[in-house]
Write a protein that binds this ligand. Structure first.
Ligand code: DX5
Ligand code: ZN
Length: 220
């Protein structure tokens, strides 16, 4: 099933509750929250208190994308704060098995994120311990960047890896997705599609979300 996960990074934070309720009503099924620490990526965003507040304000499952060093220190706390999906960067965690298991035991789905220049080989063992893999199609840190075209082939190769091993791992993609490329990324095998500026940067986020869904349907 293809799901669209609006990323609040491009939302108007002064009206966050309203922005979330708009996309919830327009048919979003997951809410993507970017957590950045100014160390793993050159930007700082939101943390535990905001995830906690959002989880009380929406019925959408929160997908916390942790762009932080030492994610093992915080991953389970994000589950306690209300996230139903928590992902960690493979580049940031030498003990990914422990962190992913901790997320699962705390009651959430565990995801591994892989940066554009990190080879899929880095997932070879770790993929067994994850419920989903998030392929970054931009370098993490900012919304509104351009989709890196090589990501398409990476998604295709990852799809093949998952299918050949008969795993149930879902593929999420994040960065530079819009109505012009969403059909290609879903065609390549991505199922959870993160979109920030394409939704919240549009004059009407509800219309933009519907346009993304319509553009996807062409391929399904
Ligand atoms: C970037 C974040 C993304 C970001 C995507 O580091 O992980 O989730 O919000 O924004 P767009 O869709 O504008 O590329
Ligand atoms: Zn993200």
């Amino acid at each position: 099933m293809i799901e669209i996960a609006p990323s609040i990074l491009s939302a108007d934070f002064s009206r966050l509750g309203e922005e979330i309720s708009t996309v919830e009503k327009a048919g979003a099924s997951i809410l993507h929250v970017d957590v950045m620490d100014g160390r793993f990526v050159p930007n700082i965003t939101v943390g535990l208190p905001v995830v906690k507040a959002i989880s009380r304000a929406t019925r959408l499952p929160i997908d916390a994308h942790l762009m932080i060093v030492e994610p093992g220190q915080y991953a389970e706390k994000f589950v306690e704060a209300g996230a139903r999906m928590v992902s960690i960067h493979i580049e940031a965690d030498p003990n990914a098995h422990r962190t992913l298991s901790g997320i699962r035991s705390a009651g959430a789905l565990a995801g591994i994120v892989i940066n554009p220049a990190t080879p899929l080989a880095a997932l070879d063992e770790a993929i067994k311990f994850a419920d989903y893999v998030l392929v970054m199609s931009v370098n993490p840190g900012f919304g509104g960047q351009e989709f890196i075209p090589e990501s398409l082939d990476k998604v295709r190769r990852l799809r093949k890896m998952i299918d050949e091993r008969d795993l149930k791992t879902r593929i999420e993609i994040d960065g530079g997705i819009n109505a012009d490329n969403i059909a290609e990324v879903t065609g390549a095998g991505a199922e959870i599609i993160v979109a920030g500026s394409a939704i919240f940067g549009a004059p009407d986020p509800a219309v933009a979300l519907r346009e993304l869904r319509e553009a996807t349907v062409l391929w399904v």
